[in-house]
Design a protein around this ligand. Structure first.
Ligand code: CP
Ligand code: NVA
Length: 296
């Protein structure tokens, strides 16, 4: 594994399997790893809000015998109070890894360029790689062999969608994406999926239906415009009825219930959204050990 974790593109299939094997061990025997990162510290620089990413990294570090420090938007003020380059070099003298949640993907790359410790992408505008790894791990738990299965992503072609596209392609899953015109995924990943503009077309034959909010963090001002553009892209009973019987329902959370997904669907027996959330922590513990653990 490279010394940073910034994009799903950074991982080979073999490395993904290694992370999943370690994740499985961590879930089965958490006690066995309670000193894995003893006396090590992870800095969590968050320029945006978070529940799952922040809590799962913090608790994960604690469970591995280490420590984490939260640096919110008011503390570091990346690029305003101090350059990313100087923050990276300073923090590298104190901590053993840095997780960064920011807007511009370039910020994560710059942090990694100047940090001498591993940098983890905790979400950028372009990717949410920790989410995608946890999602596929969860699907493997639920479905066993996922090769050849179809995941249909309905909604905004955003960070979550981009990372899913990369990982589905690596894992041999088919991915359909239905996004309104102008909200398609990043062009660099489009060759990896079947693109639709009608959700009804995209969910046909789906084993899994995935969605995310219509207005991601930083795009709140566009909420009104986006609600109009995404009308018809809601995951509801009518839409899920067109997928395979028993198709699993996924959402990275937080969900805007009643917008991109109805209560009825997200609370249904087929919904695995909280398993995804739980697995964020297990998968990230594996990533932390791979990046921060003593290299034998
Ligand atoms: N899915 C996810 O990353 O959630 P948070 O924004 O709450 O961290
Ligand atoms: N696409 C969402 C994901 C949140 C976990 C956002 O960027 O806000």
């Amino acid at each position: 594994m490279e010394c940073d974790f910034i994009s799903i593109k950074d991982l080979t299939l073999e490395e993904i399997e290694e992370i999943f094997t370690l994740t499985h061990q961590l879930k089965r025997d958490p006690e066995g790893f309670h000193k894995a990162l003893e006396a090590k510290t992870l800095a969590l620089i968050f320029e945006k809000p978070s529940n799952r990413t922040y809590v799962s990294f913090s608790v994960g570090m604690y469970q591995l015998g280490g420590n984490s420090i939260y640096l919110g938007p008011e503390q570091i003020k990346l690029g305003i109070r101090e350059s990313i380059k100087d923050v990276a070099q300073t923090l590298s003298r104190y901590v053993e890894a840095i997780a960064l949640r920011t807007s511009a993907h370039e910020n994560v790359l710059e942090m990694a360029r100047f940090a001498t410790v591993p940098v983890i992408n905790g979400l950028s505008e372009l990717e949410h790689p920790c989410q995608a790894l946890a999602d596929i791990y969860t699907l493997r738990e639920k479905l066993g062999d996922i090769k050849g299965k179809t995941l249909s992503y309905i909604g905004d072609g955003n960070n979550v969608c981009n990372s899913l596209m990369h990982i589905c392609s690596k894992m041999g899953m088919n991915m359909n994406v239905a996004a309104p015109l102008g909200y398609e995924p990043h062009s660099g990943v489009l060759k990896e999926v079947n693109l639709f503009h009608q959700p009804q077309e995209a969910v046909k034959g789906a084993d899994v239906i995935y969605t995310d909010v219509w207005a991601s963090m930083g795009h709140e001002k566009e909420t009104g415009v986006r609600k109009k553009a995404f009308g018809g892209f809601q995951i509801n009973k009518n839409l899920t009825g067109l997928a395979k019987k028993g198709a699993l329902i996924m959402h990275c959370l937080p969900a805007h219930r009643g917008e991109e997904i109805t209560d009825e669907v997200i609370d249904s027996d087929n919904s695995i959204v909280f398993d995804q959330a739980e697995n964020r922590m297990h998968v990230q513990k594996a990533i932390l050990i791979k990046l921060m653990g003593d290299k034998k």
